[in-house]
Design a protein around this ligand. Structure first.
Ligand code: ADP
Length: 435
């Protein structure tokens, strides 16, 4: 009833062919949006098209990589002989080849009457009783990728609506081809990225090993040379005071070499942890108390912000050593840059249920290029004799041993901020007693 339509417009009955067209389009769009498998999309599209009236044959060609040929990628209802003729067509030749070259659709009511029908196809087309024919280009981003063709054995000829439907399906196929290309390109780029990432990691490791070997040789060689020189002098000396002084130098150089080796071992092998229950803030207070004299002498103010945090299980000696390295670095950076500074030490509960420590300074910060390398053993920007490049790598090992995370970044104000996140951990498992 007309009066029932609130907008007062006339209703048009939806005809059976329109419903069929919509169903075909739906099948094709669903296949395109759901599947990344190009073959599946092509087969489904071609199969759907043969239901325009139920008397169609369909074929889909894609242009070969060299742009010279059209290769049959899907067909429905083609006789064996017609499939053979269609398997590979030259771009620019015959009905389909011309559509692929020009990018313009072609419709014929009597295909056998077409002057440009390939000779090889003419007999097969006549044999199969094909009359109506329509071929449209498949386009993506203004490039012709192939053709979609429909032939019909019975009259009536293809209508404008049917050609429009075929063009719509060809557009969807173009989209699917483009998606497939983008997908494989993205996968390739991802693969490239993964490969170059692995190369970077390997190169960094090699660089670290190189720095390690060079650093060890250099650092140990210096005290050894001193020891050797002193021993040589002592052999010739008759004066007991001279001997005593020489022995003191030897003592100092030997301790230095021993401490380098100890740091290295700590870095490379890790001492076994002796965890005890502790409050991280207390350990930091202890380290700061030991350093107070030094820090005051260097005009470094210390600010602490300690929030109530859970007890954790940790090797307190090792933790103190890690904190000491960070505090000394901060002090050296600030004093080196402007002769004084403010050190901020924070402790708070971490998001993971453990404890987060932050040691921030108002020095020059770590140059962006160095951030990725400062934890490498023997990486130092300090002059020989002042820096050995082991402090941060030792701190890194200690934190890693506690299954924590250490990070370095620069604050907005420009200084460096080192953060350590430590889990609650657990007491060491005692070896079971067997009598
Ligand atoms: P070292 O202190 O002997 O050089 P580290 O491993 O402790 O060895 O530190 C490595 C490098 O990291 C330092 O030489 C320095 O360049 C950089 N660094 C460490 N801490 C800081 C900081 N707080 N501010 C700026 N740079 C830092």
């Amino acid at each position: 009833m007309e009066g029932d339509d609130p907008r007062g417009s006339q209703r048009h009955p939806v005809t059976a062919p329109v419903i069929r067209h919509l169903q075909i389009l739906r099948t094709v769009t669903e296949a395109v949006s759901r599947s990344l498998n190009l073959n599946e999309v092509l087969q489904k599209s071609v199969a759907a098209l043969t239901h325009v009236t139920g008397h169609e044959i369909a074929s889909l060609h894609l242009i070969s990589a060299d742009g010279q040929n059209l290769l049959l990628r899907g067909d429905r209802g083609l006789s064996d002989i017609l499939r053979e003729v269609n398997r590979s067509l030259r771009v620019g030749e015959g009905l389909i080849g011309r559509v692929a070259l020009s990018g313009r659709a072609r419709r014929l009511d009597e295909v056998t009457g077409a002057g440009d029908l390939l000779d090889a196809a003419r007999a097969a087309v006549a044999e199969d009783g094909i009359r109506g024919f329509v071929c449209v280009p498949i386009l993506a981003r203004h490039r012709i990728l192939g053709t979609l063709s429909l032939g019909r054995q019975d009259p009536p000829p293809f209508s404008d609506e049917e050609v429009a439907l075929l063009e719509c399906v060809a557009d969807q196929i173009g989209l699917a081809l483009d998606n497939a290309r983008l997908y494989s390109e993205t996968r390739r780029q991802l693969e490239d990225l993964r490969r170059s990432q692995m190369e970077v990691v390997r190169a960094e490791r090699l660089a670290a090993v190189g720095e390690l070997a060079g650093g060890v040789a250099h650092e140990i060689n210096n005290p050894l040379m001193i020891i050797l020189g002193q021993v040589h002098l002592l052999f010739q000396s008759r004066d007991s005071e001279e001997v005593l002084n020489g022995l003191k130098v030897i003592d100092g150089a030997t301790k230095r070499a021993a401490s380098i080796v100890r740091d290295l071992v700590l870095f490379a092998e890790h001492f076994p942890l002796h965890p005890s229950r502790c409050q991280v803030a207390e350990e930091l207070k202890h380290v700061l108390a030991l350093q107070r004299g030094r820090l005051e002498a260097q005009h470094v103010d210390v600010r602490t912000e300690f929030e109530a945090s859970p007890d954790i299980w940790a090797d307190v000696n090792q933790l103190q050593e890690a904190f000491l390295h960070l505090i000394q670095n901060a002090e050296q950076a600030m004093v080196g840059a402007h002769g004084h500074g403010t050190l901020t030490v924070r402790v708070k509960p971490s998001a993971g249920g453990g404890v987060r420590v932050e040691i921030a300074d108002d020095g020059p910060g770590v140059p962006a290029n160095d951030l990725a390398r400062i934890f490498n053993p023997f990486f130092t920007t300090k002059p020989p004799g002042e820096g050995r490049g082991l402090g941060l790598s030792v701190a890194y090992s200690i934190v890693a041993e506690h299954e924590g995370i250490i990070r370095a970044e620069n604050t907005e104000a420009g200084g460096a901020l080192f953060s350590i996140e430590l889990p609650v951990g657990a007491p060491a498992v005692e070896p079971s007693f067997t009598p």
